[in-house]
Design a protein around this ligand. Structure first.
Ligand code: S3P
Length: 416
């Protein structure tokens, strides 16, 4: 079996969330095409609809018209989506309405104080429940802060920026390690007074509202990464991803893939609302171990399960460090990666903030424990392609959280 073909994948999840959120702030009509169809993005859309946003689906595109925000009559259910609850906490705090955020079992166990604490400093009346959901917001007027990020988190950074849009004064954020910068890019493309200087971001609060916009969301590199991994580990594979987001803060996986020894070619590139986009081609290659250091982690945080799978097929010992944040994702991903790979026969050692994996080793099919985590489910489906015997998942429904089309695309690329 090989992976072969050219695909245009659904829109990037991070950009899809942000596009809907920013569209909700304008009273003009915005048109978004190629929106992610994942359940997480539906959660964002439905939460904002409860706060007054009008939307309609028109074939492949969604039309959005913001209205004055209203306090939702019932709690905002963010489902499984950390991006929904954290970014909307900032946005809604700035809109002076009352709201309660809830979520599923996984989201309800994830830390929320990282976002509650800076928003409180901005005078938001916001509280968590022992650091977790439910998070409750009551209307208040915000002022700016200067804030140094204690964790490398684009969700927290974005929440502060979105709250800063209407806060009095200039909100300044210092990042110690750069994280995905989509919020900065979109705000700047829409004309907001935001400046970035190295790892310092500043946004001036104002009452202005931006005009409606048109955005074709580039394909999700985090979704492409599953098939890119398959293409890298299965000899003679060659896959082209068209119209894919290649923002450098998201391209870490593809940079590492090249360092591991797969062939990664950018065929053509352009921009879409200031985001870098390209057609890229991945070909299999002879793989050898890489080292992923703390500063590399944010640009491939969601792709680390795939780095682990690649490492099992690479010559030498691959090490990942500074990835403790993986323990507070949709599942404890470090544990989920290591326990499943070990059962498949890989040589893996779990560390507090990473792992080391020696290869190459052949893998054996297992019944994968997904912990209901979409990225674990998809990553181990790819590992199953090269395993001896059958690989099954204890939950494949969770894949719809980010990528309902995953199996269709995989079938297309393997049957081609
Ligand atoms: C995201 C940021 C990252 C990432 C998540 C999406 C975003 O989370 O893991 O999948 O869209 O801002 P953190 O901010 O917790 O690192």
């Amino acid at each position: 079996m090989v992976l072969k073909g050219s695909v245009t994948l659904p829109g990037d999840k991070s950009l899809s969330h942000r596009a809907i959120m920013l569209a909700s702030l304008s009273s003009d009509k915005s048109v978004i095409e190629n929106l992610s169809s994942g359940q997480d993005v539906i959660s964002t859309r439905d939460c904002l609809a409860k706060c007054g946003m009008d939307w309609s689906q028109d074939g492949e595109q969604i039309n959005i018209k913001g209205r004055h925000f209203i306090s939702p009559a019932t709690p905002l259910d963010c489902g499984n989506s950390g991006t929904t609850v954290r970014l909307l906490s900032g946005l809604i705090a700035g809109e002076r309405i009352n709201a309660t955020f809830t979520g599923d079992q996984s989201l309800s166990s994830r830390p929320m104080d990282r976002v509650v604490s800076p928003l409180q400093k901005m005078n938001a009346k916001i509280s968590s429940t022992d650091g977790k959901l439910p998070v409750i917001i009551q209307a208040s007027d915000l002022h700016s802060i200067e804030y140094t990020m204690p964790v490398a988190s684009a969700q927290v950074k974005s929440a502060i920026m979105l709250a800063g849009i209407h806060a009095v004064g200039e909100t300044i954020i210092h990042e110690t390690v750069p994280t995905r910068d989509h919020t900065e890019i979109l705000l700047s493309a829409l004309g907001y007074p935001i400046t970035t200087n190295g790892q310092r971001i500043a946004i001036k609060g104002s009452d202005t509202r931006h005009p409606g916009f048109h955005f074709h969301v580039p394909a999700d590199p985090s979704s492409a990464a599953f098939f890119a991994t398959g293409a890298a580990i299965i000899h003679d594979s060659e896959v082209i991803f068209k119209n894919m987001l290649i923002n450098p803060t998201r391209f870490g996986f593809f940079r590492s893939l090249g360092m591991l020894g797969a062939q990664v070619d950018i065929l053509d590139h352009w921009t879409e609302l200031h985001e870098s986009v390209a057609d890229i081609r991945i070909k299999s290659g002879q793989l050898h171990a890489v080292h992923i250091a703390k500063e590399d982690v944010p640009a491939l945080i969601d792709e680390l399960p795939l780095i682990a799978i690649l490492a099992t097929q690479a010559e030498g010992t691959t090490t990942v460090e500074g990835a403790g944040e993986l323990r507070v994702k949709e599942s404890d991903r470090l544990h989920a990666i290591c326990i499943n790979l070990e059962r498949m026969g890989a040589q893996v050692t779990e560390h507090t903030d990473g792992f080391s994996i020696s290869g190459p080793t052949s893998l054996t099919g297992i019944h994968v424990q997904t912990f209901h985590d979409h990225r674990i489910a998809m990553a181990f489906t790819i590992a199953g392609l090269i395993a001896d015997g059958e690989t099954t998942l204890d939950d494949s429904d969770c894949i719809a959280i980010s990528f309902p089309e995953f199996h269709n695309v995989l079938n297309y690329l393997t049957l081609n």
